[in-house]
Design a protein around this ligand. Structure first.
Ligand SMILES: Cc1cc2nc3c(=O)[nH]c(=O)nc-3n(C[C@H](O)[C@H](O)[C@H](O)COP(=O)(O)OP(=O)(O)OC[C@H]3O[C@@H](n4cnc5c(N)ncnc54)[C@H](O)[C@@H]3O)c2cc1C
Length: 381
């Protein structure tokens, strides 16, 4: 029997959109190749819920996400690990390229604040009072009090459980090989040849799998795959890093988890292992990431690496802003999260469900439309 919607991919987006569709009374089938949260929405630690220094096109969704995150656990009836820690982007240099440095700080703060993301510029004294052990090279910071962190594994499981309670079917171990658009509806065909027919639409929410599936529906999306690296370290001296911490020009992002465990990331990548098809660590990226940490926080003492991961793929869009929209009359895609899709989740998933249900995009979703790529614009205008 056909359902109204088939969603390919059981990550945070597949499960969250399924939740919103089911909550609106629609019938939904999610097909996940492996297990729920096997991709970017799983694994150890937490993800940053960061608006600071985000592309301005994403800020209308981010502003709404900031309103939704604090109540999400109650809404879904399960923990999300969300904490509003506040966040900073540290500044060392006067000028960084064309978009950073102290020279740009007031403009970033004013623009973010205008989009509903209150932002202030901290001077060096204010930075040092929040981060007593920080390098004296850090001269200022952009501070966003509404930034925070959330658990990707807990939140994705919470959305999946809530979607199932509302009647959605989520099938694991069901890789999809092809999607076909039909005059009425669409179908996803599994690797074993089974057809899952959607009377209304198929949504490709398979992240790094979306480009290949879109090809089977006749669309070429400007996406590629990266393997973001995360490291977990203990330090012999207490880590005095109380906020979600990023950096204006260094590839550095720091979160402090339970018991002072340091979660370190910020732009370092693993590499694809051609035999497993998953990401694996690149030792030079591990060393490089730790060097950035000790340069900015020289008083951490001895560091011990307790866990490292670069196995989880993430799709990147050509302009680093997600690509969301219709590939054909009945096949939609939501991918290209570009390493920062997590924070948008509660708002973006709601707007994607609206697009599927009503065939029209909301103003918040408009800047993420496929229509910004001329060859993809036709159906998605
Ligand atoms: C290490 C790391 C750190 C990150 N840190 C941050 C952060 O701090 N802040 C932030 O905002 N964002 C962050 N992100 C990005 C964020 O986690 C992702 O953008 C988000 O989780 C994407 O969710 P998704 O559901 O689209 O994709 P995924 O969670 O990857 O889900 C896609 C699912 O599709 C399945 N699949 C693939 N192909 C097929 C197929 N053919 N058939 C069926 N199923 C298929 C996969 O198995 C997977 O489970 C990070 C990502 C990574 C990897």
């Amino acid at each position: 029997m056909a359902v109204e919607f088939v969603i390919v991919g059981g990550g945070a987006y597949g499960c969250a959109v399924a939740y919103h569709l089911a909550a609106a009374g629609a019938s939904v089938q999610v097909l996940e190749a492996e297990r729920i949260a096997d991709g970017a929405s799983g694994g150890p630690g937490k993800r940053g819920v960061r608006a600071n220094r985000r592309d301005l096109r994403e800020l209308p969704l981010m502003r709404e996400a900031n309103d939704l995150w604090p109540q999400l656990a109650e809404q879904l009836g399960a923990p999300t690990g969300y904490q509003r820690t506040g966040g900073v982007s540290l500044i060392e240099r006067e000028v960084v390229g064309v978009s950073g440095g102290l020279v740009s700080a007031q403009a970033h703060a004013a623009a973010q604040t205008a989009f509903g993301v209150p932002t202030e510029v901290w001077d060096q004294e204010r930075v040092r009072s929040a981060f007593p052990g920080i390098s004296s090279e850090v001269r200022a910071a952009l501070h966003v009090p509404l930034d925070g962190v959330a658990s990707q594994a807990e939140t994705t499981a919470a959305y999946a459980a809530a979607a199932r309670r509302l009647g959605a079917t989520i099938t694991e171990g069901a890789p999809v090989a092809e999607v076909r658009s039909r005059s009425a509806g669409a179908a996803a065909i599994s690797a074993s040849g089974e057809q899952f027919t959607a009377s209304r639409a198929v949504l490709l929410a398979a992240n790094s799998g979306v480009a290949e599936l879109a090809q089977t529906a006749g669309s070429s999306l400007p996406l590629w795959t990266i393997y973001p690296q995360v490291l977990f370290l203990t330090s012999s001296e207490p880590a005095q890093v109380p906020l979600l911490t990023g950096h204006d020009h260094r590839a550095l992002s720091v979160k402090i988890l339970q018991d002072g465990l340091i979660m370190l990331s910020g732009g370092w990548r693993g590499r694809r292992n051609p035999e497993t098809g998953r990401g694996e660590l690149d030792p030079t990226a591990v060393t490089g990431n730790i060097e950035q940490l000790t340069t900015v926080f020289p008083e951490l003492g001895e560091l011990t690496l307790v866990e490292a991961d670069a196995s989880r793929p993430e799709s990147v869009a050509v302009d680093q802003v997600p690509l969301i929209g219709a590939l054909t009359d009945h096949v939609y895609a939501a991918a290209g999260w570009s390493g920062h899709g997590w924070a948008l989740l509660p708002a973006a998933s709601k707007h994607i469900a609206h697009l599927l249900l009503h065939g029209e995009r909301t103003a918040e979703l408009a800047p993420l439309s496929l229509a910004r790529i001329p060859t993809l614009g036709g159906r998605d205008a």
